[in-house]
Design a protein around this ligand. Structure first.
Ligand code: ADP
Ligand code: ZN
Length: 630
């Protein structure tokens, strides 16, 4: 349960506070039975005119927290969002619910803009979406003065955090909203929530006196898995073919060129994939994003330029082929999976090269030492997550200052890795680095160091006369892959570091303790067996461990229901195409699954299903019954 300061709230108390106009809107317009964790309280507080800072994970249900108060309070809710490319879809989704909404941004022609402005002034819309830069323009401020504003919603509020990964200078100006409109409540929302970011948002937006709502950051339906990177392309292909055939998903890569390569590779292997990165022209980016949102089963291969605000509910997996720079970024990216609450996978492949590359990027990054240290701290936390032998979810939530019990739905819970005492191999490796430097005044990358340990007489080894070193060949008890794993883990533990353009290995202050035998080194042994494939089979146990989401999962569908579900999906795809909206704007998968399971025979029965409000019942009710009973 959510509470202003994270403590538990009584169940009865929550339902008592939400029995109002807000609940009616929830049922009638949105077609949902109950509020999700926290929504009821936040909505009540904002409806009453209070300011709020809402920290909720991606997919937690933030939109309702300002949409419902906008509908209940007199006036128009003004939503500040940095995501111009998604405003049309957001407005379309509201229109499909029968909610009157509009947006103002640079993509519009003058006629369209004037029409929206007139609706705003006349109070003929309930929600108005605005890009933050609009508020720098005096004419926008004057326009807002002419209408009645019910609330300001500041979406993606972490964009105000200057050290964050999504900083937008225009957000800084939002702190002045309450000076001009002191009586209008403000609700700021974000899914990025380390204690430091939380504090920065509050202070920059002048929300110290607002009520702060911190939801649980757990996303129980997402199965977290981090695997050693061996042959990344083949590993990715296995994941997609064996567990996510036909599913929509996102594959994140670090560079533009790897995005292009992986998208081509998937396409060649009959997996429909599109690229997305900042190097593509705006038209191609918009077209690819639009196809991803509208079509079923597409894979988006992208840099982190892609994803903020993408509220496609049925993203079934998020795969990372390169190491993310921070846990915060990683959690936000993986959170794009499974917004609909159905089982989903977050999968990351990571190897030695990632560590070397990231350390080098930090070393050569612009900015002062403090900045570099901060980047280093972020990376260390990410590495600790990768190398942990404990539950990944416990680690992730701990990063956000929240406690959890082992989840039963991550790789380390499903197939616990062991730790082993690697002090001796660590000493061998560190002393090789030490001797190269001490006796030869040379520094080398991991490849050569491992060659020396394995006693390989490669051209380079012979050229530098490494075979005469006392450490030459002292590591033949382990295989090359194991040595690379050791280098990776030493780097992750800060017992070794890299330097320069070639990623040469150097000792750290802490290495000396290991060499002197004063410090034990524990390594993670990769489990032999792969974790049980598919979140699908484990969804039930995950759902019982925390708040269950109501939708039945694929595993629950009988063959007959599955066939009906597929027929409904085909109907949905055709209808979406005709209306030019994303399929999920019509109905979510979770709603279609529930229809397929319950097979309602009348409009009244249909109206009981989650996700079917009045407007959708009127519009799509009969066609759905026709599909069911034809
Ligand atoms: P966020 O903005 O926090 O990432 P959204 O507002 O997009 O999350 O909500 C995530 C999904 O959950 C959406 O598909 C939304 O329709 C659904 N949802 C939100 N609140 C409820 C609720 N009370 N009952 C059922 N589904 C909900
Ligand atoms: Zn776990």
């Amino acid at each position: 349960m959510i509470s202003p300061e994270g403590g538990p709230v009584d169940e009865a108390e929550e339902s008592a506070t939400t029995g109002s106009a807000a609940t009616q809107v929830l049922r009638r317009i949105f077609g949902y039975d109950t509020f999700r964790e926290g929504q009821g309280e936040i909505i009540e507080h904002v409806v009453d005119g209070g300011d709020a800072l809402v920290l909720m994970p991606t997919g937690g249900g933030k939109s309702l927290c300002y949409q419902i108060p906008s509908l209940v309070r007199p006036g128009v809710g003004v939503v500040i969002s940095p995501l111009i490319a998604l405003m049309q879809d957001q407005v379309d989704a509201l229109t499909a619910l029968g909610v009157r909404a509009g947006f103002l941004n640079s993509t519009q022609g003058i006629d369209e803009r004037q029409a929206v402005e007139a609706c705003f002034v006349a109070g003929e819309i309930d929600l108005l979406y605005l890009a933050p830069e609009r508020l720098r323009v005096e004419s926008t401020l004057r326009l807002l003065d002419r209408g009645k504003i019910s609330l300001f919603a500041i979406d993606e509020a972490h964009c105000v955090a200057q050290w964050g990964h999504d900083f937008r200078p225009d957000y800084l100006a939002l702190s002045t909203l309450h000076e001009r409109w002191p009586e209008v409540p403000r609700v700021a929302l974000t899914a990025t929530a380390t204690p430091a970011t939380h504090a920065e948002i509050a202070s920059r937006l002048n929300l110290e006196n607002a009520r702060h709502f911190v939801a649980s950051f757990d996303r129980p339906n997402i199965q977290y898995r981090i695997v050693p990177k061996n042959e990344p392309k083949r590993q990715l292909l296995d994941l997609l073919r064996n567990e996510h055939r036909g599913d929509a998903g996102i594959v994140y890569c670090l560079s533009r060129s790897s995005v292009e390569k992986i998208a081509d590779f998937l396409t060649q292997n009959d997996i429909p994939a599109l690229p997305y990165h900042a190097g593509l022209d705006a038209g191609t980016r918009a077209a690819n994003q639009s196809r991803f949102l509208r079509e079923d089963g597409l894979v988006m291969v992208a840099t982190i330029a892609f994803g903020m605000g993408i509220d496609k509910p049925d993203v079934r997996f998020v795969a990372h082929l390169d190491l993310p720079k921070s846990v915060e970024g990683y959690y936000q990216e993986t959170g794009r999976a499974g917004r609909d609450g159905l089982p989903s996978t977050a999968w990351l492949a990571y190897g030695l090269q990632d560590v070397v590359q990231q350390r080098r990027l930090i070393e050569t990054s612009e900015g002062d030492d403090t900045h570099r240290r901060r980047l280093g701290t972020h990376l260390d936390a990410m590495l600790a997550l990768c190398e942990t032998i404990d539950c990944r979810r416990v680690r992730l939530l701990d990063y956000f200052g929240q406690r959890a019990r082992p989840c039963g739905n991550c790789d380390t819970c499903l197939t616990p890795p062991e730790s082993w005492d690697g002090t001796i191999p660590a000493q061998k490796l560190l002393s090789t680095v030490f001797r190269l430097h001490r006796e030869r005044r040379q520094k080398f990358g991991a490849g050569q160091v491992v060659d020396i340990l394995l006693g390989r007489k490669t051209d380079k080894v012979l050229q530098h006369d490494h075979a005469s070193l006392t450490v030459f060949g002292i590591g033949t008890d382990l295989r090359e892959a194991e040595w690379r794993g050791i280098v990776r883990q030493l780097l992750a533990q800060g017992l070794l570091t890299v330097e320069g353009d070639y990623g040469t290995l150097v000792l750290t202050d802490a290495s000396a303790d290991v060499l002197r035998g004063q410090r034990q080194v524990l390594f993670r042994r990769e489990p032999e067996r792969k974790p049980k494939p598919s979140a699908k089979s484990t969804a039930k146990s995950a759902a019982t461990s925390t708040t269950p989401r109501t939708a039945p999962t694929a595993a629950d569908l009988s063959p007959a229901a599955l066939a009906t579900f597929e027929r409904l999906r085909t109907w949905r795809a055709t209808t979406a195409k005709e209306q030019g909206v994303p399929a999920y704007v019509i109905f979510h998968d979770s709603t279609l699954r529930e229809i397929a399971t319950r097979t309602p025979t009348s409009l009244t029965e249909l109206s009981q299903i989650n996700g079917i409000g009045e407007n959708k019942l009127t519009k799509y009710g009969q066609p759905v019954l026709d599909v069911l009973h034809s």
